[in-house]
Design a protein around this ligand. Structure first.
Ligand SMILES: [Fe+2]
Length: 332
């Protein structure tokens, strides 16, 4: 899938080292010790960091917001420069804190239900990838092939499509990192016919891709699987349709002939073969912002892990509070 030549590179730029250092030195240290990601449980700390990020990085924030406001571009990537070359740990923490601070300015986010932070943190190891494979959980470990999909958020049994997503790779210990992809809904061949065909009702069943929490690297703490009844298309403005597609499609709730399953399979094929597709090469210290409600995302399989390292990938993910309700979680 990594035929970068045929796809468009998403808007991608770097923060300046001077501004990044100014932010870190004035904001991230308490009594000359760097604060931790867990300190972002505190809403006041998050508010202070995001406000300062909005001031110091006002140009970057504007660029990101401009891209995200455009349904037809909808994905932007921003690199964080090296900050503390003499201390890898401080450098990694500072990079992650800086990324979250900017993200919280661009898109205030839902709290992680385990940690109470406005992001979730995922650590993958070769060992837990094997564990997930052995229990038949697909689509969550770094080596799985991810189909194009959108992400949902669940609150009090209701399913919503977050408008924005933010991803930040703290580290990717693979030789072949591949790309992250985004396809704008409006450009998909035959989109009008698909909208007519599926309608805008919450009549469709998806078994959502499970969320995996880990307490320790290689220990899988909880796998939360959900069956959702939802719309695939939902009108959210005069000229705007939000889309949802995630996990395994089970068809229309009362569908016995499987017609919807066939049409959705064709829709997925059409997305994966769509001429218009943006890509971002996956790299450590790279933030990715994307519109989740008007496009579908996927990424290449991570391949060829660097030998001898316990953690293969560590990343942060946030979903915006802003979003569109589309369905609900079925009991059981
Ligand atoms: Fe996703």
């Amino acid at each position: 899938m990594n035929q970068s030549g045929q796809y468009k590179l998403a808007p991608l730029f770097s923060l300046t080292g001077i501004a990044a250092m100014e932010f870190c030195e004035n904001t991230l240290f308490s009594q000359s010790k760097i604060i931790g990601l867990a300190d972002l449980r505190d809403a006041n700390t998050v508010a202070v960091l995001s406000e300062r990020a909005g001031t110091i990085f006002s140009d970057a924030v504007k660029k990101i917001k401009d891209v995200l406001a455009d349904d037809m571009v909808g994905i932007a990537a921003v690199d964080i420069p090296l900050l503390y070359p003499n201390d890898k740990t401080v450098d990694a923490i500072a990079g992650a804190l800086l990324a979250v601070s900017i993200a919280q300015h661009v898109m205030p986010s839902l709290l992680d239900r385990e940690n109470g932070t406005p992001f979730s943190i995922f650590n993958a190891s070769q060992k837990n990838s094997r564990t997930l494979d052995s229990v038949g959980i697909k689509g969550v470990s770094p080596t799985d092939i991810l189909d194009f999909h959108s992400d949902g958020s669940i609150h009090d049994g209701l399913l919503s499509i977050p408008k924005y997503l933010f991803l930040y790779n703290i580290l990717i210990n693979y030789h072949n990192k591949g790309n992250f992809y985004w396809v704008p809904t409006q450009t998909i061949t035959g989109i009008k016919e698909y909208i007519d065909s599926f309608g805008e009702r919450d009549d469709y069943i998806f078994d959502l891709t499970p969320t995996v929490y880990e307490s320790q690297p290689s220990q899988i703490k909880a796998i939360l699987a959900h069956r959702a009844r939802t719309s695939i298309f939902r009108r959210v403005g005069e000229n705007s349709i939000a889309t949802f597609m995630n996990g395994t499609f089970r068809g229309k709730h009362d569908d016995i002939d499987g017609a919807a399953i066939e049409i959705l399979a064709q829709f997925r094929t059409d997305i994966s073969q769509n001429d218009c597709r943006y890509y971002v090469p996956q790299q450590a210290r790279r933030m990715i912002f994307l519109r989740n409600d008007c496009g579908f995302h996927a990424r290449d399989v991570l391949d060829n892990p660097i030998e001898g390292l316990a953690t293969t990938r560590s990343y942060l993910r946030s979903a915006s509070v802003e979003g569109h309700p589309v369905g609900y979680i079925e009991a059981g």
